[in-house]
Ligand binder design. Structure first.
Ligand SMILES: [Zn+2]
Length: 237
């Protein structure tokens, strides 16, 4: 039986989950869909987790994880059997690194946008693009200083769910345009809030508080491209 079933995405409610048990609900050449998973599939500027599945005492490597529709596909180094019980183990050092960078990107976005540098139109682990934008060296210095202070404050990173109809975007252009891009059939939105500094819709994985992100190692402004201001950042070890 190969019917399509939703994969329960455990990372949306617990991003600290490193291991989990699941059942294989669909298979194909070197891939498997599970009834539930803690592996984060790539998306939202965050790459996919890697790790392993333990099946009958044998290790199968998880090379890449991608969400297609409501299913999460785990790409493997070998085939596994439909209906098999598996124990998933995430490469935690890598995930933690991803969560630090991704959460840091949220905080930086909030700090820049609060200073009129925005809205943000693109982000990755190390790059933030703002348009329209006028970012000065003074803004850059101010953001860096505030970022490091907020790391010291160890502000909680809160996740909450809200109904899209109840969400007040308060005339915020970026939130409004982001909201319009989310398919109309999705009513419950997952929000990520870092104190009063940053709040956005996001399905990604995040650290529990800003202290885990760590301070900036670099923050620099690239020459403008197509009216976009491009900011690069790196975190310390
Ligand atoms: Zn996020």
């Amino acid at each position: 039986m190969n019917k399509m079933e939703d994969s329960k995405r455990l990372y949306t409610t617990d991003s600290t989950l490193r291991e989990f048990d699941a059942t294989v609900t669909r298979t194909g050449p070197k891939f498997a869909v599970l009834d539930q998973t803690a592996f984060y599939p790539e998306g939202g500027g965050q790459p996919s987790d890697t790790g392993k599945l333990i099946v009958n005492g044998e290790e199968v490597q998880v090379i890449k994880v991608i969400k297609r529709g409501k299913e999460v596909f785990h790409y493997l180094d070998k085939d596994i059997q439909l209906g098999a019980a598996v124990h998933g183990v995430i490469d935690w050092d890598q995930r933690l690194q991803f969560m630090r960078l991704h959460s840091g990107e949220h905080l930086l976005t909030g700090l820049f946008e609060a200073r009129g540098s925005g809205p943000k139109v693109f982000s990755s682990f190390s790059q933030l693009d703002f348009q329209p934008s006028e970012i000065t060296e003074e803004t850059l210095e101010e953001v860096w200083r505030r970022f490091d202070e907020i790391i010291d404050e160890d502000v909680p990173v809160d996740i909450y769910f809200t109904n899209r109809d109840e969400l007040d975007v308060g005339g915020d252009e970026r939130k409004q345009s982001f909201l319009e891009k989310i398919p109309k059939n999705i009513h419950e939105l997952r929000m990520v809030k870092i104190g009063d500094y940053a709040e956005t819709f996001c399905m990604g994985t995040h650290v529990k508080s800003t202290g885990e992100i760590g301070k900036l190692k670099s923050l620099r402004l690239e020459p403008k491209k197509k009216r976009k201001n491009i900011v690069y950042f790196e975190l310390g070890d």
